[in-house]
Write a protein that binds this ligand. Structure first.
Ligand code: KG4
Ligand code: ZN
Length: 347
């Protein structure tokens, strides 16, 4: 009998559902939330309300597209943590109700573990052990993955995440939220070497991005005139806007270039330290075209085996929750149905 898992993801501002049959994702539906654009970031209460609106049609669409009946589903997987608590509760309670009504197991999934396992959705799958550079809006981590359910964090950000660095830089440039994809877009036509933003000196495998954000702020306030990035004489808002408009592609390409070099330098260090030469990318920022390209180029130069999830499994999606729930199901991992365990902001 095939194992059919329905999975729900609602940790932030995407309502998503997917069906996995014997480890293959057969449907993957995502409904985004445009409502946050005007606020420059995700508004938690609006996110929860939008999840309430989207969850029934999204789950219904995932089931229909998969061509299965609810009665044929063997287990319900859902994102338990980390994320916005109100958003997590909508998906968690919905998943729990489905599991109760269908009398099937409930499987809680860690969102960041699922980002890593998105690499196991398509073939060729990376061989174990592998290193995964997981870069999202809330996290930046270097993970050593020894088996689907055995992983450890080798390094992580001590302040902002890589996605936050993209989004906050974009905000300084007057771009709407989420700015990461827009920086990626403008960077296509830009010169990444034109502006040299500073690189943080952080020991070990941890990351830091808050200094970069401050450097960009001062840089824009001085229309790129200062090379020291110290706060000095500021130009007018009109001059600043003109400087940004005239140089947008080069500024975006230079910011993107610096974020990529911070990430890939640490990955190289991790390969050196662990001796593991199978490497993966994961998380929303892995949709960045510059990062994907440089990651693959570096891997080719070094002779590493490299893998990146398809775009649809890089940003938040339920396919990655379904594949993780599938491995947990095979490992007999089930969650209880108590209210307290249905959602956790941190894990
Ligand atoms: O993994 P994800 O979808 O959600 C979280 O778990 O946080 O990641 C969202 C982050 C946002 O910061 C977004 O700006 C960034 O991924 N992102 C990108 C691109 N696409 C999404 N950043 C740079 N370039 C992109 N193409
Ligand atoms: Zn995510």
């Amino acid at each position: 009998m095939p194992v059919r898992i329905l999975a729900i993801e609602s940790s932030c501002d995407e309502t998503a559902a997917a069906v996995c049959v014997d480890g293959c994702i057969v449907s993957n539906i995502v409904a985004g939330q445009k409502v946050h654009e005007q606020y420059g970031g995700v508004v938690p209460e609006l996110a929860s309300r939008a999840h309430m609106q989207h969850i029934v049609p999204v789950v219904d669409a995932a089931i229909k597209k998969a061509g299965v009946r609810m009665a044929e589903i063997n287990a319900v997987g859902y994102t338990q943590s980390p994320g916005l608590i109100g958003s997590l509760l909508v998906g968690g309670q919905f998943a729990k109700s489905l599991a109760l009504s269908q009398k099937i197991p409930l499987i809680a999934v860690h969102h960041m573990q699922a980002h890593v396992l998105a690499n196991l959705i398509d073939s060729p799958k990376p061989s174990f052990p592998f290193l995964c550079l997981t870069v999202s809006g809330g996290h930046t981590q270097l993970i050593q993955c020894d088996s689907p359910l055995t992983m450890k964090v080798l390094g992580e950000t001590i302040d902002d995440a890589a996605g936050e660095a993209f989004d906050k830089s974009a905000k300084l440039l007057g771009l709407p939220y989420p700015g990461g994809p827009l920086i990626d877009h403008y960077a296509q036509a830009g010169d990444g070497k034109r502006f040299n933003f500073p690189k943080p000196q952080i020991a070990g495998l941890d990351f830091s991005f808050s200094g970069l954000k401050t450097a960009i702020l001062y840089f824009l306030q001085q229309a790129g005139k200062s090379v020291s990035y110290k706060q000095g004489q500021q130009i007018s808002k009109i001059e600043q806007d003109k400087f940004i408009a005239d140089n947008l592609s080069d500024i975006c390409a230079s910011i993107q270039q610096r974020i990529i070099s911070i990430l890939l330098d640490k990955l190289e260090k991790a390969v050196h330290q662990t001796g593991i030469r199978s490497v993966c990318l994961a998380g929303g920022v892995s949709a960045n075209r510059g990062l994907r390209k440089e990651f693959l180029t570096l891997a080719q130069q070094k002779g590493w085996k490299a893998s990146i999830p398809l775009f649809e499994y890089s940003t938040d999606n339920a396919g990655m929750i379904a594949i993780t729930a599938y491995y947990k199901y095979l490992d007999n991992q089930r969650s209880d149905l108590t209210l307290s365990s249905s959602a956790r902001a941190n894990w």
